[in-house]
Design a protein around this ligand. Structure first.
Ligand SMILES: [Zn+2]
Length: 268
């Protein structure tokens, strides 16, 4: 069955544009409390039913007094829904502001629960996403970090499409005015549509073809609410949602990332 699906995908996926959905700051960023985090998790996973996605965890979020098990249960829901979990460090440090030693310590501290959960699937090596998408301010820092991640079996998760969703989410959760919230949902998707069209163009200009796109968004109430519209927009643009693993089988992602700087621009 798996083999048949694989060949089906080789045939179909090669003809279709692809996009992978990666979601940072799990279990939930900007949630008021546990009830809110549960609601966002439930809605996000419900709307992503049957769609591949990977979530990147900040385990510091599991440390709320008396709520550790309940918050781990939110991550278990991702595993039960067939999604992948990766490490996004423990406390979300900025590589531009902490030493490499502090940063790598935070990575180790951030993998404890996530590794256990993925082990249930027989997966030992995790994906890693840099907080703020900052990959290290100097060549020495970045190369040291890359070596550290490789030595612990990590695969770095790149991204190509970033839509400043955190700014939209801030407005969205800051108001109870349904007219404003409806406008934010609508304009956020329209904005993402423009960004995706732009990155498709950049890919073709740079590589002569469109490589599988990798979207970076966050585990917040806005994305939970608009996910059906987002998936519809991808379909309308001819994209097939694939796993990060599938997207990264494209040979473009085997090219070394030699860019060094304070900011983490799109992989493209
Ligand atoms: Zn983050």
């Amino acid at each position: 069955m798996k083999r048949a699906l694989y060949f089906l995908c080789v045939t179909l996926c090669a003809q279709q544009k692809q996009i992978a959905i990666t979601i940072d700051d799990l279990p939930c960023v900007g949630c008021r409390d546990l009830a809110d985090a549960r609601a966002v998790t439930g809605k996000l996973l419900g709307n992503l039913k049957g769609t591949p996605a990977i979530g990147f965890v900040n385990e510091i979020q599991l440390q709320t007094q008396g709520e550790r098990d309940a918050r781990i249960a939110l991550l278990e829901q991702w595993i039960e829904a067939g999604k992948t979990l990766g490490n996004h460090t423990y406390s979300h440090p900025d590589a531009n502001k902490v030493s490499l030693d502090e940063y790598t310590d935070d990575i180790v501290r951030g993998e404890v629960v996530t590794k256990q959960l993925m082990a249930r699937r027989g997966v030992r090596n995790l994906y890693f996403r840099h907080p703020f998408t900052h990959t290290g301010p100097t060549r020495e820092y970045k190369e040291g970090l890359d070596r550290f991640l490789a030595s612990r079996g990590y695969t770095i998760a790149p991204f190509t499409v970033e839509n400043e969703d955190y700014a939209w989410a801030l407005v969205y959760r800051g108001t109870t005015d349904e007219a404003v919230r409806e406008r934010v949902r609508r304009e956020y998707i329209a904005h993402l549509d423009l960004v995706l069209a732009h990155m498709a163009k950049v890919s073709v200009e740079l590589l002569g073809r469109e490589i599988p796109q990798i979207l970076i968004i966050h585990a917040n109430s806005l994305n939970a609410d608009v996910m059906p519209q987002m998936l519809e927009m991808f379909r309308n643009r001819g994209y097939h949602v694939v796993s990060l693993e599938q997207a990264m089988t494209d040979k473009a992602y085997a090219a070394p990332d030699t860019w060094v700087g304070k900011f983490g621009p799109s992989w493209l």
